[in-house]
Ligand binder design. Structure first.
Ligand SMILES: C[S@@+](CC[C@H](N)C(=O)[O-])C[C@H]1O[C@@H](n2cnc3c(N)ncnc32)[C@H](O)[C@@H]1O
Length: 415
């Protein structure tokens, strides 16, 4: 199955890159085994006419109207568009650039004892409380390490959530062979896999794993890519760019463009700042220009040309932190944002709905114009995609949904 071939157009294999013939062969066999475990797609699946997607769009529009009124009253305590759930700090990788937005490395937090995650029952309750939001972003640590992931996904699907996951991809195909994962690809709308080099030695070094595991991760991305012929989900490769992998990112861009994998670049953030030295680097700037050129040419990218430009140059956007929620492994929401050193933690499980959570949190700290360098503001300039999303969303609230380009961004993600 699958038309994927190793006849690359843009991408040129280099020393220490995998033997693609062999890896594609393995991936094809694995994809075929996994496909045997998955029911076929139903008629409207993958289109905007799919029932759950229509419900997501309706919910998004309803919240958009609520938030527009809030914006006109200068009340920035929005109904969250989506929430990121750090399901666990635990991770089987130890990425050199890893950041929890607060200067910590996830697996270190786990080793330091922050391992009391929500139980499955509590996780389901969290999903129920947050159901007014449009989308859930399963994250970690490594979310695939949680045994109850398919159960929780089933639950968020039953509440008509748009489901996304960010994973290192190392065990995803082993899991997809299991009976419990039969519906996973049907329910997970967007799968974002980290990919920071195609040089296996370097990849292993960045992730601090052995070469075999690094290669398996690549094989799994190819397998997922093939499986898109069987079930329509969006596959995204996320590259964290730092001074050591700029040239590697050129290769990843070409490779993703050849395979039709959506490319999601981000410059490595250091705490609550982008790496300003990197952003000034000439090679990095050359890379950013090429990424933008490819976006203009229509290659699949995580966001529009304009949004990518703002994100990768770290300028031209204003963050409205509570457009999305960052919920920690213990069920607490960081308020008004996770990167804020003095953030308050609010236990979501103590409330009945996202509205109630935001009301209680807003009584503690007013999130209105929270981004900035004044003493009462966040003091950060985070340049992650979610920060850019908040800017695009609020442009939509003030300039109108069409003028702001928001529709285009949302459609890109839903398609
Ligand atoms: C913390 S990871 C957790 C999910 C999963 N374990 C993974 O590797 O993708 C979530 C995302 O944050 C990105 N990330 C981690 N540290 C970062 C940093 N310092 N700057 C920008 N992105 C970063 C990762 O590449 C990944 O796409």
């Amino acid at each position: 199955m699958g038309e994927l071939t190793t006849k690359f157009i843009r991408y040129q294999p280099k020393e220490n890159h995998p033997d693609w013939e062999l890896l594609f062969l393995e991936a094809k066999e694995l994809a075929s085994d996994i496909a045997g475990n998955i029911p076929p797609k139903h008629a409207l699946q993958g289109s905007l006419l799919e029932k759950r997607k229509i419900k997501v769009i309706n919910k998004t529009l309803k919240n958009f109207r609520i938030n527009k009124q809030k914006m006109s009253r200068q009340d920035h305590n929005f109904m969250p568009l989506f929430y990121i759930w750090t399901m666990t700090n635990n991770c089987n990788f130890n990425c050199s650039y890893c950041s929890d937005h607060r200067g910590n490395i996830y697996p270190d937090l786990y080793k330091q004892g922050l391992k009391k995650n929500l139980s499955t029952r509590e996780g389901k309750k969290l999903i129920e409380i947050m159901k007014e939001s449009s989308a859930i972003y399963y994250c970690g640590g490594e979310p695939t390490l949680r045994k109850d992931l398919p159960d929780l996904l089933e639950h968020s699907t039953s509440f008509d959530m748009f489901n996304m996951i960010n994973t290192n991809g190392s065990i995803i195909c082993d899991l997809l062979l299991k009976p419990g994962y039969r519906l996973f690809l049907h329910q997970m709308d967007v799968i974002i896999v980290s990919l920071d080099s195609l040089d296996l030695n370097k990849l292993a070094q960045i992730y601090q794993v052995n070469r075999k595991t690094a290669e398996k991760t690549l094989r799994n991305i190819i397998t997922l890519s093939i499986l898109r012929n069987h079930v329509p989900f969006k596959l995204v490769a996320n590259t964290v760019i730092n001074s050591d992998n700029i040239e590697d990112t050129f290769d990843i861009l070409d490779w993703c463009n050849d395979l039709g994998i959506t490319f999601s670049p981000v410059s490595a953030n250091l705490g609550n700042q982008p790496d300003w030295e990197l952003i000034k680097n000439n090679d990095y700037r050359r890379l950013v220009s090429l990424i933008i050129e490819r976006a203009e040419q229509g290659y699949p990218m995580i966001a529009s040309r304009k949004a990518l430009e703002r994100l990768l140059r770290g300028t031209g956007f204003y963050c409205f932190p509570v457009v999305f929620d960052h919920i920690d492994h213990d069920g607490c929401l960081y308020w008004p944002c996770k990167a804020y050193k003095k953030a308050t933690k609010v236990n979501v499980l103590h409330y009945g709905s996202a509205t109630e959570v935001h009301r209680a949190a807003g009584d503690l700290v007013d999130p209105t114009y929270f981004h900035g360098n004044d003493p009462h503001q966040c003091q950060g300039q985070c340049a992650w995609m979610q920060n850019c999303v908040t800017d695009m969303y609020v442009r939509g609230l003030t300039q109108g949904i069409l003028m702001s380009g928001l529709i285009k961004e949302i459609r890109g993600l839903l398609k």
